[in-house]
Design a protein around this ligand. Structure first.
Ligand code: SAJ
Length: 419
């Protein structure tokens, strides 16, 4: 069986690699020449545990190749980005272009799968009319389904295999064909439904998490106001058998939870009021932190501020939609401010300092923004000793123990009242 995967990003590439490992002949298609060139040499441009080894293996076995254009295949998987525009609307141009690009290569019996997270009715209203231009009868000669990915960056290969999956077909035969295909490497259960239900299901999974993160963030703000400790409250409340409060933080980043709920709001703006409010709370967190930093340092002008971590979450190299970028843009408006960013997972950013010693030296405030495991290897006693006043704002409750190991540390915590 031959598979053609459109889009070699965070989802398309690992999915291609897993199908190739399962023995299928996979062609990965991307519009980025360097992605295509590197993949054909067995190299990848994203950081994901074990992915480079699997890719190297399947490329050397000639089970996976890359190209700038599609070819005829039995199955086509669309895994292109579905970004959000400035006015918070889904930009479906990549899905549209990718679907259209398939037309010359479709033959009777082909299966087309949309993996990209998409607003409800994308398959029915956007893809099917384009696919009908092939002249093949939809549902009888062409089989179409939405099969959203559910993997978490950092554990993609494991979760691709182990997670349950939803397959939403335009008819039951499409759903069954796609289910059988994924069973080549998926060990989790695969549930079949219709395409629109699968689209909304995917959006609601991420919305659920986003709303719960907003609740944790609101609790942090309430606790600062009422002089309490949100982290202790969360820890004790979570001993209740049916409570699982999440963790507050700088807001929500990444290409999923920060964006997908907006697709729901876009479809039902008057009804999705709780979701809209949750998005507003999460998006307000960088500003909340900016105000907190101002209250810690009083004046920010001509201060040196060191940020530990800038990715959207720990132990990944992805800075897409990272709320730390928003915090940086608020800080950089301050006159004379000296911003330093230390992030072992990021190789290119304007405030990046590869020397942690240099970044701490004479700094007025260190902000723990992302809880990368790599930070635990730092000798914080020595590093904080190089600051005029050893001062830390921990927005992840990652380094509370430093209060005992560094007795003169001025320790501030998101979600902890200081009156
Ligand atoms: N975050 C918090 N507090 C928490 C947990 C997370 O502030 O308690 C923040 C993180 O710092 C990060 C953001 O949320 O900025 C999102 O991180 P995440 O680890 O919750 O999720 P993603 O975006 O990496 O992956 C999500 C997952 N969805 C769910 O858990 C419902 C994943 O399963 C999806 O496949 C992925 O979105 C996707 O591609 O849609």
């Amino acid at each position: 069986m031959k598979l053609c995967v459109l889009g070699l990003g965070y989802i398309g590439l690992p999915t291609s690699a897993m199908f190739a490992k399962a023995g299928l002949d996979v062609l990965g298609v991307d519009i980025n020449e360097s992605v295509v060139k590197q993949l054909n040499e067995g190299r990848i441009l994203i950081e994901e545990p074990a992915l480079d080894d699997v890719v190297k293996e399947v490329v050397s076995q000639k089970k996976l190749r890359a190209s700038l254009t599609p070819e005829k295949a039995d199955v086509f998987i669309v895994a292109v980005p579905t970004p959000m525009s400035e006015d918070k609307k889904p930009d479906m141009s990549y899905v549209e272009a990718a679907t259209r690009s398939l037309l010359p290569y479709l033959e009777e019996g082909a299966i087309i799968i949309l993996e990209s997270t998409s607003p409800p009715r994308t398959v029915e209203d956007l893809m099917l009319p384009i696919l009908a231009e092939s002249g093949l009868e939809i549902g009888k000669q062409l089989f179409v389904a939405h099969s959203p990915e559910r993997v978490i960056p950092g554990r993609i290969l494991t979760e691709l295999v182990e997670n349950d999956r939803i397959v939403g077909g335009i008819n039951s035969i499409s759903a069954e064909k796609v289910k059988t295909l994924y069973q080549t490497f998926v060990k989790g259960n695969i549930y079949t439904t219709d395409a629109t239900t699968a689209e909304m299901c995917k959006l609601m999974e991420n919305t659920y998490r986003g709303v719960n993160i907003a609740l944790a963030n609101e609790l942090a703000i309430i606790c600062e106001h009422l002089n309490m400790n949100a982290w202790e409250i969360i820890r004790y409340a979570n001993h209740h058998p049916r409570v699982n409060l999440l963790q507050p933080g700088p807001g929500v980043g990444g290409h999923c939870i920060a964006i997908d709920p907006w697709f729901v709001v876009d479809k039902a703006p008057d009804e999705a009021t709780l979701i809209h409010q949750a998005l507003t709370i999460n998006e307000s967190m960088p500003h909340h932190l900016f105000e907190k930093i101002k209250s810690i340092l009083h004046s920010l002008r001509h201060r040196k501020i060191t940020l530990l971590g800038m990715t959207y979450k720990p132990d990944v190299d992805d800075i897409r939609e990272s709320p730390i970028l928003r915090l940086i843009s608020l800080l950089e408006e301050i006159e004379g401010i000296d911003l330093q960013v230390v992030d072992p997972h990021v190789s290119d950013y304007r405030y990046l300092n590869s020397s942690v010693e240099d970044a701490f030296q004479e700094s007025d405030l260190v902000i723990l923004c992302v809880h990368h495991q790599a930070f635990l290897d730092y000798d914080f006693t020595r590093l904080f000793a190089t600051m005029p006043v050893p001062r830390l704002l921990d927005i992840r409750h990652f380094l509370p123990d430093l209060q005992t190991t560094i007795p003169d540390l001025e320790y501030h915590l998101l979600g902890l009242g200081e009156q």
